[in-house]
Design a protein. Structure first.
Length: 170
């Protein structure tokens, strides 16, 4: 089974990916596996900004590299992908199951302010951007049939719910 675990920035995707790997699952994280990169409006690679302005964020997009994604999906019968990207919806049909980590805004703000594994989301501009699409993103995925996972649950419970419903028998 090929499954996608997504959610807004700070919802816990990378932490879930790490725990699934610790349990012997094949899981890729779009942020740490070089599967995604910043691109400008024309789709050209763009250097990331340390603290991007609101204007910069309007014209740059975190996009998955389709060739890299196709290769890892081809190479593995059972695989999880954790991440989010501006062009992610283009790849939904490649997955048997999609999970969305849902989180309330106060908890999301707390996580963004205290995260240590990724600096993105700490600045006021970045948080304003994330909050602007937070609920819309979750709701749009639910409308498309994604299974919701309460990201405020303890990590072990989140992972158990994903494993239970992913039919992942690695």
């Amino acid at each position: 089974m090929k499954y996608l675990i997504t959610g807004v920035t700070g919802s816990g995707k990378s932490t879930v990916a790490e725990e699934l790997r610790n349990r012997g699952r094949v899981v890729y994280d779009t942020d740490s596996e070089n599967l995604a990169r910043w691109e400008d409006d024309e789709g050209k690679p763009a250097p990331s900004e340390h603290h991007p302005s609101e204007e910069w964020l309007k014209h740059h997009h975190w996009n998955i590299n389709e060739d890299k994604l196709q290769k890892i999906l081809k190479d593995h019968e059972n695989i999880g992908l954790c991440g989010t990207a501006s062009n992610l919806k283009n790849f939904f049909s490649l997955f048997d199951k999609i999970f969305v980590l849902v989180i309330d805004q106060p908890e999301l703000a707390e996580r963004l302010n205290n995260r240590t594994n990724n600096p993105f989301g700490k600045s006021a501009e970045e948080q304003a951007d994330i909050f602007s699409w937070h609920k819309w993103y979750e709701e749009s995925l639910i409308k498309q049939g994604a299974q919701t996972i309460d990201a405020t649950l303890p990590l072990n419970e989140v992972v158990e719910l994903i494993l239970k419903d992913s039919d992942d028998n690695n």
